[in-house]
Design a binder for this molecule. Structure first.
Ligand SMILES: CC(C)(COP(=O)(O)OP(=O)(O)OC[C@H]1O[C@@H](n2cnc3c(N)ncnc32)[C@H](O)[C@@H]1OP(=O)(O)O)[C@@H](O)C(=O)NCCC(=O)NCCS
Length: 137
């Protein structure tokens, strides 16, 4: 199966000199979209006044693969692309939330995400402990 990826970056103004960014990475097979990952890049508050560069955190808000294409590695490849993009954008970490009962948790854990805290009674938050060390399965 030959999959190509198209990445679109948009800037999200937040009233700051350093706007946040949003990424949509789409997986295409024979020119048709079969999956996507959406991610925002948020600047965290600078710890030091006047710091040249504020720490940045990537947050995956959606991963989706067409039902007929699941189980063939597209989800892993999309996460891999998101990890690479977050790293290239200067993020120090990457996170997401997922419902407790979603089997996608196995995929996240395989890629290197670690369950950190229950976001609420339905959702659990995951973070990559090291963006540099992370690789997709
Ligand atoms: C999660 C999802 C993106 C994975 O895409 P994929 O292309 O099938 O992923 P891969 O082929 O790379 O890996 C398959 C892995 O997905 C996970 N998975 C298996 N069945 C699943 C299911 N019904 N739903 C979600 N994830 C599943 C497993 O970890 C599986 O690997 P394993 O069987 O070895 O444990 C896809 O199943 C999907 O779009 N699910 C519906 C939307 C969703 O739940 N998104 C996550 C919300 S946070």
């Amino acid at each position: 199966m030959s999959i190509t990826f198209v990445s679109i970056r948009s800037v999200v103004p937040d009233g700051d000199a350093d706007p946040d960014a949003s990424w949509t990475i789409t997986a295409l097979r024979d020119g048709l979209a079969v999956g996507m990952v959406g991610m925002t890049i948020n600047r965290l508050p600078a710890e030091t006044e006047g710091a040249e560069r504020k720490p940045m955190c990537g947050w995956i808000y959606r991963v989706f693969v067409d039902e007929a294409t699941r189980g063939q590695g597209v989800g892993s490849a999309l996460l891999s692309a998101a990890i690479r993009t977050a790293r290239e954008d200067g993020c120090t970490t990457l996170g997401l939330t997922v419902t407790h009962d979603n089997p996608a948790r196995r995929l996240y854990e395989r890629v290197g995400f670690v369950a950190c805290w229950p976001a609420d009674e339905k959702m659990i938050a995951y973070l990559l402990p090291s963006l540099d060390a992370a690789t997709a399965a």
